[in-house]
Design a protein around this ligand. Sequence first.
Ligand code: HEC
Length: 278
Amino acid sequence: MKRTVKTLVAASLVGGAAATAGAYFGLVNVGADDPHLPAVYAFLSMARDRSIEVRSRDIQVPDLNDQELIRAGAGNYNSMCIGCHLAPGVAATELSQALYPAPPNLAEIGVDGNPAAAFWTIKHGIKATGMPAWGKSMADPYIWGMVAFLQQLPELDTQQYRTLVASSGGHQHGGGESDMHNHENQHGTPGDDHHAGEMAGMSHHDEAADDHHAGEAAGASHHDVAADHHGAELASADHHAGETPGASHHDAQPAAAAPKPATKTHTHADGKEHVHAH
Ligand code: HEC
């Protein structure tokens, strides 16, 4: 018995050392176009699912049939999520096709049977997948709005989806919204569809005819500094840690039609006023 344990420990030390050496010499391909081995994929999926399950277990789910909540969620979802997660009438985008792991089509799966887990995921994001932690810029009630909306989404057809989005206040979650520049359905002409992934937070640029926008979502460097800045904002917002992203250089929209949270205004060292929802 003792011998077996010793052998196992020795084997795992050797295995661990081999894995570390392999990684050190660059054997792990981190390219997003190189899928994981099935066993690695299964392990990572299990780790993610269990992590979210355990962390969302005690979350209290509010009334998700509240129409106001659903409406507010529709506007925010349409502004911030469809580039990756699609919607009725919104076809695959550069982002939705190029990310690995692929963002699930939420128009089909909605909250995936677990509103608390969806809330946790939207609030905290998922490391190294492209799924952002929206809790950095949105207070909980706005996140619940999107959960409430997602619960309805698989039932909606394109017309119902658009009507609901139009009836919402658009993109609003307490005053710090950054302009996401959605251009869905505005690039119908052939050859123009290289813009399909644009809604993920890019500025609209004057483009040279051959200026291909692939990769822009990551904060492409061939544009001016401001454009770069927008790209980075979506992914992390860390230059505003603790604030709503974009608050200092965008026109904050009035929080008027927001669902519930109280807003408060304060002035930063840079002299700008910010409205926060906390
Ligand atoms: C830049 C792309 C991107 C954007 C923008 C994005 N997500 Fe995600 N999201 C992902 C990816 C990728 C995953 C899957 C990660 C994985 O497989 O582990 C994901 C997973 C999720 C899940 C879990 C789905 C499930 O059941 O497995 C939910 C819910 C979700 N996102 C909601 C949202 C909402 C709501 C928004 C907008 C506020 C949003 N996401 C914006 C990339 C994105």
